[in-house]
Design a protein around this ligand. Structure first.
Ligand code: PMP
Length: 360
């Protein structure tokens, strides 16, 4: 009590909130980040760049990174002129919508897919048609054939997000062959966790743009680096749009870190294999708890429980300090998307679910 208090404050009996659980450690399984850090060589390269060169403008073409990407795919005939880099693959995709998919005709993408696509379509006023997935949530390549010049292009993630379902390379090629007059963008954000990249097809299909990210399998989500590989004419179009915004695609630490991460093939393979092994184990454990688990070629699982509401499960997990992704959109509102964490994180998740499902 104080002479400065107003009467109302003096009369108040403060509400005492319920005790908050002391979350020692958040288990974050909601945005498909890598549970492992970036390559130690990437961290060293970033530190070196920060201490030595931050007063200087970056290389305006991010040349060292483009060269590293071209070298990694040299066996598939990829040259530097066929590589584009940007601030995360989101930016690369945005430029693709603007530069390659905007033709006054609707573009096609799956009805359940990366939710940024309709946003970009809105931003760049690209009409679109959402093509229904099959009942089992797979993409049917035949749905993307026979449209001729009535469409403005095609984009889909492979594996798809948020389902994790993979389309085989033969089906990707079928879609390319069926649409020689239109650009087909294959968004391979999650391809490194067991899928087969379409980059080897780039030399044969001038209409193919493959987009990848360093946010997932290279654990550099916080750095924002993505890239595209495609025919030099497609890359040229992306460069024109990009240079109209900002002539420096990436900052110095990003160029240095991403280049080192691309070059550290051993660390990349080791950590991808760890994620794949954890995915197999977690899928089996969740199936054991009664979940339906869609086959996943990504660093996440898409699951539903026939007897339990997904929104309630997500809320119960959140109260435990475990965050998974729940989508409100109707057809997938009974699913949870769970990022593959460390085995320890996955263990914490499974135990919490066991409790919430009443199986203890
Ligand atoms: N494509 C898909 C399918 C994604 O899920 C994501 C991650 N949200 C991205 C692209 C963008 O990733 P980033 O911008 O971090 O490269």
């Amino acid at each position: 009590m104080s002479k400065f208090w107003s009467p109302i404050v003096s009369r108040l009996t403060p509400y005492t909130p319920g005790e908050q659980p002391k979350i020692a450690r958040l288990v974050k399984l909601n945005t498909n980040e890598s549970p492992y850090g970036p390559s130690p060589l990437a961290l060293q390269a970033i530190a070196r760049e920060v201490s030595d060169s931050l007063r200087l403008y970056p290389n305006p073409d991010a040349e060292p990174l483009k060269q590293a990407i071209a070298r990694r795919h040299a066996a598939d005939g990829v040259s530097v002129r066929e590589v584009f880099v940007g601030n995360g693959s989101d930016e690369v995709l945005a430029h693709a919508f603007h530069a390659l998919l905007q033709h006054g005709k609707p573009i096609l993408f799956p009805d359940i897919t990366y939710s940024f696509y309709p946003t970009y379509a809105g931003l760049y006023q690209v009409e679109y048609r959402a093509v229904p997935l099959a009942e089992d949530f797979t993409l049917r390549s035949e749905d993307y054939l026979g449209h001729g010049q009535a469409i403005g292009g095609i984009i889909f993630p492979n594996p798809n997000a948020p389902t994790g379902c993979l389309l085989g390379l033969a089906d990707v090629e079928r879609i390319l062959q069926g649409n020689p007059e239109r650009v087909v963008v294959v968004d391979e954000a999650y391809i490194d966790f067991g899928g087969q990249s379409a980059i080897p097809l780039v030399q044969r299909y001038p209409n193919l743009l493959v987009v990848q990210t360093l946010s997932k399998s290279r654990a550099l989500a916080g750095m924002r680096v993505g890239f595209a590989v495609g025919h030099a004419d497609l890359i040229d179009a992306l460069e024109r749009v990009k240079n109209s915004f900002n002539s420096y695609p990436l900052d110095r630490p990003a160029i240095a870190g991403a280049t080192a991460a691309i070059e550290d093939e051993d660390y990349f393979r080791k950590t991808c294999n760890m994620v794949i092994a954890s995915r197999t184990a977690l899928a089996a454990q969740l199936a054991g708890l009664g979940f339906q688990v869609l086959p996943s070629a990504a660093n996440f699982l898409f699951v539903r429980h026939p007897q339990h509401d997904a929104a309630q499960l997500a809320a119960a997990l959140r109260a435990d300090g475990i965050i998974v992704r729940h989508f409100k959109s109707e057809r997938i509102s009974q699913f949870l998307r769970i990022t593959i964490g460390t085995d320890e994180d996955c263990g914490v998740l499974v135990e919490a679910l066991r409790r919430h499902l009443g199986q203890q």
